[in-house]
Design a protein around this ligand. Structure first.
Ligand code: ATP
Length: 473
């Protein structure tokens, strides 16, 4: 049974994963903060992605570029002119919506009713209209499809307008000298403008990639669905530079590698799919989404895009600096083509949280736990002395000290052992290690496994190795 999103949101807040931003002031729409366990989970996901990209691929290196960039960057990239979403207002509820999302939601409803073909036709029609920038046509489609406002229930719609998603601010200490700059809406451009810096200084040869993790900002119109769509979020992007003509091969290869990565995290086959774009962005010659079956349906988690030489060419034109690479193998200068993998750290977080959330009935008892892969679990093990006396806490702390340099460990001595197990289940700790009187005699402990609740007796000397093996990815 699919857990409802609201149960997951409540759980995330109650157990220290995600809170609304500035909650004491009633929050800020589409902005969230990560708590004690949330930050661990998110850091683990980022680290796994980073290591997969930069260590497992010897032709991918990382960078960390600034959030602020020269304003011309966003002229060249096309964001100033066309990083828009089509918006529409309902005249009765005065609520604003993304026109494309209203249509996508209708298609999802059709799909749920088993009307697959109708759903696909609707999405294709929308794709054609958006591609032709036919905003009046998009409005007609909404009206013809009898799509009503989710709040007022009426179809009293305004015209469709384009809305730019970039946040802007002023730099300069005095008003006269100030100029408008943007908070980056994607991390990719920081990679493109550094393409030659990295290629030369890290002595990379095409094909090679540059990976980056960093904040991005978008003034999203539809800011619902928890951390799925935020106004401040984190992206993990990798731009892979290839010889022109070889891009389709690399596109397929990266798509396969990324799907495999998601499965290795524990996402079941049935919950993940790829979806080719109906509408290609102006810079792309192929694009697909990797989608996860969220409680609100299949939605994009990661994008794989073949961006051609669009970005580097644009930067060459606007900066008047050559963005070419000399390829000694073919004895030619060219602007490389780019395959991009782009994933939101927060969306990945939401996927892993939804996937981990289990409400189970067993032997007449109900239990909620988070079945994270141990590699991403916020806490790897809880060390629990059975009682607070007889030297058990001291023994337990020795174990903590032996493990804490390599693993995130919790020590807990309050409450009954059963209650402490429950608490660890709720934050997704894969192993509870109980220290009892027998431990003092023979240096063994009980490991209780989160998913099965089964227990086994092992020597303290084996703990480090066992944890290391379970937590490897
Ligand atoms: P959508 O269609 O959902 O708006 P997009 O196609 O604009 O997404 P991209 O520009 O391809 O998204 O961004 C790449 C990735 O960044 C997305 O797959 C997603 O994981 C993440 N992302 C994009 N926008 C947001 C957001 N507002 N909040 C959280 N994550 C986001």
């Amino acid at each position: 049974e699919i857990a409802q999103l609201k149960d997951i949101i409540a759980h995330a807040k109650e157990y220290g994963f995600v809170y609304p931003s500035s909650e004491i002031y009633d929050g800020l729409q589409a902005v969230y903060d990560y708590g004690a366990y949330g930050v661990e989970l998110k850091n683990n996901l980022k680290r796994l992605w980073w290591e997969t990209m930069t260590r497992l691929n010897d032709n991918v290196v990382g960078i960390d570029s600034s959030i602020f960039m020269h304003p011309t960057t966003w002229k060249a990239s096309g964001h100033v002119d066309s990083f828009n979403d089509p918006m529409i207002d309902n005249k009765d509820s005065k609520k604003r919506y993304r026109a494309d999302v209203l249509i996508e939601e209708k298609a999802a409803r059709l799909e749920k009713e088993g009307k697959l073909e109708e759903a696909q036709q609707l999405l294709a029609a929308m794709g054609r209209l958006l591609e032709a920038e036919d905003l009046a046509g998009v409005r007609d489609l909404i009206i013809n499809e009898e799509i009503n406002c989710p709040i007022s229930g009426t179809s009293n719609w305004t015209e469709v307008r384009q809305f730019n998603l970039m946040f802007s601010t002023q730099v300069g200490s005095v008003a006269e000298d100030s100029s408008t700059i943007y908070l980056r809406p994607e991390t990719a451009q920081g990679i493109f403008v550094n393409f030659l810096n990295v290629q030369k200084t890290a002595r990379m040869k095409v094909p090679f990639g540059i990976a980056q993790i960093g904040k991005a900002f978008r003034n999203e119109i539809v800011a619902r669905q928890f951390i799925f769509r935020m106004r401040e979020f984190e992206q993990m992007e990798m731009q892979f530079f290839v010889r022109p003509g070889s891009e389709m091969e690399w596109y397929q290869q990266w798509a396969e590698a990324r799907v495999k990565w998601h499965k290795a995290l524990g996402i079941p086959e049935s919950k993940i799919r790829t979806h080719d774009h109906e509408k290609l962005a102006h810079y792309a010659n192929a694009a697909m989404d990797i989608e996860y079956d969220f409680p609100f349906g299949f939605k994009e988690v990661e994008g794989i895009h073949s961006r051609t030489d669009f970005d580097l060419k644009q930067h060459q034109e606007f900066s008047k600096k050559k963005q070419q690479y000399f390829d000694p193998e073919v004895n030619q200068n060219y602007i490389p083509y780019v395959i991009e993998t782009s994933i939101g750290a927060d969306r990945l977080f939401l996927m892993t949280l939804c996937n981990a959330f289990v409400e189970e009935e067993k032997d007449g008892k109900s239990r909620t736990y988070l079945k994270f892969h141990p590699a991403i679990a916020p806490v790897k093990a809880a060390i629990l002395p059975l009682t607070k006396k007889d030297g058990l806490p001291e023994k337990a702390k020795e174990i903590v000290d032996a493990l804490k340099y390599d693993f995130n460990i919790i020590y807990e001595e309050a409450a009954s052992i059963g209650k402490r197990y429950t608490r660890q289940d709720l934050i997704g700790t894969p192993f509870c290690i109980a220290v009892d009187h027998q431990t003092l005699e023979d240096n063994t402990v009980t490991i209780r496994h989160r998913d099965t609740t089964e227990q086994e007796r092992v020597a303290i000397s084996e703990l480090h190795g066992k944890l290391g093996e379970a937590c490897s990815f």
